[in-house]
Design a protein around this ligand. Structure first.
Ligand code: HEC
Length: 158
């Protein structure tokens, strides 16, 4: 009896200690190097409830939200369209509304976020410089909303 009491006390203490580090259930990795992305570089104000939700599920809670896609569209126009085209048809950078991906992980929300936050090759620099993590989820929701590829390949819907 005494032993169980001590044990459950210990378990409780562990649970309490674990709380501060238990916010994230997914681990974000750089698209090229596979290194863990350092979110301490993120712009202030992006750690919203929706972003916290994303960090738990790996799914973008703004998908299918027309308001969010609209905000994402205007952010996309300022920060991405110059290289990816106004309809994400591709320009300097590849098209983002079709089902061809240089980085197939872009077919998942987690993979797409990783490319945005951490960047990829050459001109595709890390976007944390310009956008908060919540902004990035808005941009992603816009991109999913204009998707013209094969619906079967849309892994983020699964
Ligand atoms: C200065 C030009 C430039 C800007 C600005 C830019 N990109 Fe890119 N982007 C590129 C280039 C070039 C590539 C190809 C890089 C590679 O293959 O590694 C790329 C690759 C990507 C990919 C990977 C596509 C695939 O097929 O796997 C995604 C996703 C992407 N960009 C999204 C964005 C978004 C969203 C923004 C705005 C927040 C943005 N980019 C801003 C030039 C840019």
């Amino acid at each position: 009896m005494k032993f169980t009491t001590v044990l459950s006390g210990a378990v409780l203490t562990l649970a309490v200690l674990a709380v501060p580090t238990a916010q994230a259930d997914i681990t974000l990795r750089h698209a090229l190097t596979g290194e863990t992305l350092d979110l301490s570089f993120a712009k202030k104000g992006g750690n919203t409830d929706k972003f916290k939700q994303f960090m738990q599920t790996g799914k973008n809670p703004y998908n299918g939200d027309a308001e969010a896609a609209k905000k994402g569209e205007s952010l996309y126009m300022t920060g991405c369209s110059g290289c990816h085209g106004h309809e994400a048809e591709g320009k300097l950078g590849p098209g983002l509304a079709d089902d061809y991906w240089t980085y197939p992980r872009g077919l998942t929300d987690q993979g797409l976020f990783e490319i945005l936050f951490g960047g990829a090759n050459g001109m595709m620099g890390p976007q944390y410089v310009n956008f908060s993590t919540d902004d990035m989820l808005h941009i992603m929701s816009f991109l999913r909303s204009i998707y013209k590829g094969d619906p079967k390949k849309a892994d983020w819907l699964k």
